[in-house]
Design a protein around this ligand. Structure first.
Ligand code: GAR
Length: 193
């Protein structure tokens, strides 16, 4: 039985690209759709080499659930937020319980919540002179960055690491671990009857 993944990305899309690359020759996993809220998102270009069309949606479609219906029609096994920056509505969590996962560029519960995304997170980590940071992959529930944690990986920081260097280290970790964590989750997911 083929497992279907739907990707959501808002910006650069390097994680989404890694995921497409990781599964490109896997006949048991299909990337059934990529969605973005940003008509200028880097993922639109990146997805071309995998011949996957990226669908752009607006706030209205998102809030009023037209998008939810469209995604549900694709019967995804897993919805993956790979740098998606809008808060997920509760209707989505109800429709896809434990089927939506997110990657966060820090060790949750630290550095999570509203406003804590992308470079903002790394700037705060630097400002607080943290000795370590990392990545968290977690289920999405109705509260920002508060769903059950699936996977975390730590890296050590030095006083010399700039916020940009911290971002690079974290991105490298994301690229290294996110696709295989997804693969593992899909293997554990029950097949449709
Ligand atoms: C990633 O670092 C991801 O963890 C972060 O956005 C970046 C997207 O990079 N997500 C969040 O901050 C969510 N709160 P990418 O577009 O190159 O994959």
């Amino acid at each position: 039985m083929v497992k279907r993944i739907i990707l959501f990305a808002s910006g650069n899309g390097s994680n989404a690209e890694r995921i497409c690359h990781f599964f490109r020759q896997n006949s048991t996993v299909s990337i059934s759709g990529i969605f973005t809220n940003n008509p200028k998102a880097g993922i639109i270009k990146r997805a071309k080499k995998f011949e996957i069309e990226v669908q752009v949606f607006d706030k209205k479609e998102f809030i009023e659930n037209q998008l939810l219906k469209k995604v549900a029609a694709l019967k995804p096994d897993l919805i993956v937020l790979a740098g998606f920056l809008w808060k997920i509505e509760e209707s989505w969590v109800k429709q896809f319980p434990n089927q939506i996962i997110n990657i966060h560029p820090a060790l949750l519960p630290r550095y999570g919540g509203k406003g804590m995304y992308g470079q903002n997170v790394h700037n705060a980590v630097k400002e607080n002179k943290e000795k370590e940071t990392g990545i968290t992959i977690h289920y999405v529930n109705k509260d920002y960055d508060k769903g059950a944690i699936i996977f975390q990986k730590k890296i050590l920081l030095t006083d010399n690491d700039s916020a940009a260097q911290i971002a690079k280290k974290v991105h490298d970790l994301e690229h290294r671990y996110f696709p295989s964590v997804i693969a593992k989750l899909l293997m554990e997911a029950p097949n449709e009857v």
